[in-house]
Design a protein. Structure first.
Length: 197
């Protein structure tokens, strides 16, 4: 017991170090590996056009990963993002808002397009092949199941565990900020105003 008491402060310090490392990783810097958030990607929009990261250079970019059959969290976040766009007013033309599906087998181009249009026509729905999806998930360090987990014939709402943060990239394509996925419209708008100044 005495040994445990002596070791406890060191165990707490070790745990805190791990948690700080994880936090820095999610904020764009991994102190151990130099990992950054963001990078090249190639996907398709709702009209079937090929879209890459270069198409959004010069604009601030909000990237949110989800799927159209999400029963609760994804629609709530997209509603909040749409509300933030309305609140931002003239600033919204400096933004590109991307919804990237983690379920490409079911979320086809037309499905993603109809889904994002329900929230705001300025939200660009993107899908791709499983390999393209995995590539952008890796670039943005999104925790999600393999894009091959479902077949096109799978139906019904289901909950897929995945990272829910809103990732903000600057006009040069570099990481700028992370906004919690459960933030309301006013919080998202306020955070964006601060970041974009």
């Amino acid at each position: 017991m005495r040994i445990l008491r002596l070791l406890l402060p060191f165990l707490i310090l070790a745990l805190a170090t791990v948690q700080i490392g994880r936090a820095l990783h999610w904020f764009g810097r991994d102190p151990n590996a130099g990992i950054t958030i963001g990078g090249p990607f190639q996907l398709s929009d709702s009209r079937g056009r090929t879209v890459t990261d270069h198409d959004f250079l010069g604009k601030w970019m909000l990237v949110y990963f989800g799927y159209t059959q999400c029963p609760d969290f994804c629609p709530a976040t997209l509603n909040a993002i749409a509300g933030a766009l309305r609140e931002l007013g003239p600033l919204d033309d400096k933004l590109a808002v991307l919804f990237v599906t983690i379920d490409p087998n079911r979320d086809t181009q037309s499905v993603v397009g109809r889904y994002t249009a329900q929230f705001d026509p300025r939200i660009v729905g993107l899908t791709g092949t499983p390999d393209q999806t995995l590539a952008i998930e890796n670039a943005y360090h999104v925790a999600a199941p393999s894009p091959n987990y479902a077949t096109p014939n799978t139906t019904g709402l289901e909950s897929i565990e995945h990272s829910s943060a809103i990732i903000v990239m600057n006009p040069a394509g570099g990481f700028a900020a992370i906004i919690p996925g459960n933030a309301d419209a006013h919080t998202i708008a306020s955070r964006l105003r601060g970041v974009m100044q």
